[in-house]
Design a protein around this ligand. Structure first.
Ligand SMILES: C[S@@+](CC[C@H](N)C(=O)[O-])C[C@H]1O[C@@H](n2cnc3c(N)ncnc32)[C@H](O)[C@@H]1O
Length: 197
């Protein structure tokens, strides 16, 4: 699956071939964001592989100002800027996630991990770890069913994820996601991991 490059994803946005895009913030992500305490408003928050960035828009509307949307497809970032002209362009990062440097307190995951070739999973975990501040947390949802063997979304299992993330992170929890969209109900696990001290 060497073809899963920036051009591939850009073309999918151009063609409107975006089955993953539900057109609004998902119940799962809304639930996670709604749990953030008031003092989290100053956190540096990253949403990588965030596409149309519904979580970023939601965070922004709630007063989280240090929030970054990263994607290597330009189309959704341009679309986001058109929808939210007041959003700082410097917080829209058009880049390969694996080339990003910086430090974030919270990184949110939704349908980015499953879009990557599975042979990138260890790199993903290492990169996430390197992007987090000492108290940093990675939260989000992952598919906990096999999905497709040869094209995204690529699935997996909680057992696999516990091993994968547990090698580098302190696992806080992996639990069945109670707030999934109807079409994804039963297929997602909500997770929270933090940097090891
Ligand atoms: C399945 S889409 C999910 C988009 C968004 N998270 C959502 O839920 O609607 C996967 C996204 O990851 C982006 N992506 C894949 N690999 C990437 C990489 N190495 N660096 C940056 N973005 C990447 C794609 O361009 C695409 O927007």
């Amino acid at each position: 699956m060497d073809n899963l490059n920036a051009q591939y994803w850009q073309q999918r946005y151009r063609d409107g071939y975006t089955g993953w895009d539900i057109g609004h913030i998902s119940g799962a992500m809304r639930h996670i964001i709604d749990q953030l305490p008031e003092e989290a408003k100053d956190l540096q928050i990253l949403v990588p592989g965030g596409g149309n960035g519904y979580e970023v828009a939601y965070l922004w509307s709630k007063g989280f100002k240090n929030v970054w949307l990263l994607d290597w497809a330009l189309a959704p970032l341009e679309e986001f800027q058109n929808r939210y002209p007041d959003f700082p362009p410097s917080q829209l990062i058009h880049l390969d996630f694996f080339a990003l440097t910086g430090e974030y307190d919270l990184i949110l995951e939704q349908t980015f991990f499953c879009a990557l070739n599975p042979d990138k999973r260890k790199d993903y975990v290492r990169k996430m770890n390197s992007l987090l501040s000492m108290e940093g947390i990675l939260r989000g949802v992952l598919f906990q069913v096999p999905m497709f063997p040869d094209r995204p979304p690529f699935g997996g299992s909680v057992e696999e994820y516990r091993t994968l993330f547990g090698e580098i992170f302190e696992v806080v929890y992996f639990q069945d996601c109670a707030y999934s969209e109807p079409a994804r109900l039963g297929t997602e696990v909500e997770f929270k991991v933090r940097r090891k001290k």
